[in-house]
Design a binder for this molecule. Sequence first.
Ligand SMILES: Cc1cc2nc3c(=O)[nH]c(=O)nc-3n(C[C@H](O)[C@H](O)[C@H](O)COP(=O)(O)OP(=O)(O)OC[C@H]3O[C@@H](n4cnc5c(N)ncnc54)[C@H](O)[C@@H]3O)c2cc1C
Length: 488
Amino acid sequence: MKRDLTSLAAGELDLVVVGGGIYGAVAAYDAAQRGLSVALVERDDFGAGVSWHSLKTIHGGMRYLQKAALGRLRESARERRTFLRIAPDLVRPLPFVVPTRGHGTTGREALAVALHLNNWLTRDRNHGLPEGKHIPDGRTVSAREALDLVPGLDPRGLTGAALWSDAQAVSTERLTLAFVLAAAASGARVANHAEVVAVLRSKGRVVGVAVRDRLRADTGEVHARMVLNAAGPGADEVLAQAGLRRTPGPLLRARNLVLRRAPSLPHAVGARSRGRFLFLVPWQGRTLVGTDYEPAEASSSDPRAFLAEADRAFPWASLADAEVALVHEGLVPGRGGPAGIATRPRLHDHEREDALPGLVSLQGVKYTTARSVAERAIDLVLRRLGRPPVACRTASTPLPRARALEGDLEGRTREAVRDEMALTLADAVLRRLDLGTGGDPADEDLSVVGAVMATELGWDETRQRREREALAETWPAPGDGKGAAGSC
Ligand SMILES: Cc1cc2nc3c(=O)[nH]c(=O)nc-3n(C[C@H](O)[C@H](O)[C@H](O)COP(=O)(O)OP(=O)(O)OC[C@H]3O[C@@H](n4cnc5c(N)ncnc54)[C@H](O)[C@@H]3O)c2cc1C
């Protein structure tokens, strides 16, 4: 996969996708697979936006039962199965346990009914999956079994636990990148560190975008018959560039913590706190805690307050002085608080909605359902291009290169630079080599990666130092409760 902004700008394409998060990455792959000439441009690195912050759960959609949104539940379960099938090295089943207390709407009996219904509604969830990837039936267990599953639980009022499985992405970074690599292998022209700074219009329609190369600070135009705006929280900015001044959609700030400590249990555990569920999730030898939501306008609060809340929710886990290795924080569609998280993805056909042909926007709500929403977006793009329908194959084709890089660190770094478009130290360390997703990597590893990149990309000492400094911003400084978050 080579970055070539000159070739990106040559001729008129069918489609340019703005934003290389999971949504844009799948959309570019889907479009290329269906025979469209397509470019994908990402202003930072692929997967460096909200997609970097996910709690890594590929949801089966059980939460949609509460709202009786059965279509969405079925879609989530289908997409979970798809991820397990097309990217088996990066996605695996993960059990979840939620202790129950009392006999109310969140008591054991009510959850038993919900789990039965969920089992039945998703009865085809393992169709075509090898046994090791099966999602077993959810069930409830007795208080005694709950205590076995979560030692240290307060037995007072404990009536049992709900036990079900979902899926977990081992690396959302490698998974997002796998779609970008597959898009490029299917003919898409892709570029990271390439920011859309203007949407081009001619004779009342959108005809492409102006792209600034953030590494060289020059700007060129990419002409295309259609533009797909998949810029996540940056989507309103892209609409404004197209001359569409809309009231920005409400956003929530969502946050997870990555704790340095190893998980004490092999399964995720949930607990109710302030009216929503929090989860302690084992992941890559670390413990994830999430997800906290607050209005996007609220100034970013101290993650230690969230850790203190998690400590109260999971008293058996003694989290009070756990060390925070990394803070994930990103903007997601929603209003008010956790109860207001948007559950419905949006696809906007601006020809129909705003009399502006040539532009489509999508706004996703979950990493889990990116593939199916992107499929609908490309169906729409084909219609707007006046092309006959072409079947989408992203659900049925195993995703090539959906795995970690192999070999020694020098070799992996070289591969990341030469074949995977790692252009900054952060690109390599955080999103190709998986060295920093659980906290700051070893100094020796950084030196190896830095030295290989310096040779491959011709960095001098000053550039190497700047790269190290920029990367260091990712992790909380020792004793700094605030910590930094990746871009969103
Ligand atoms: C804390 C947290 C936990 C979450 N947990 C889960 C979970 O467990 N499971 C789940 O399914 N979902 C989860 N989500 C939701 C999920 O992460 C998002 O729905 C999904 O990643 C959104 O992907 P996206 O491609 O729309 O956005 P993004 O990943 O933000 O991608 C948009 C991209 O567009 C780029 N861009 C913006 N403007 C421009 C421009 N002008 N030019 C070029 N590029 C541009 C950005 O740099 C960005 O990379 C979580 C979200 C958060 C914040």
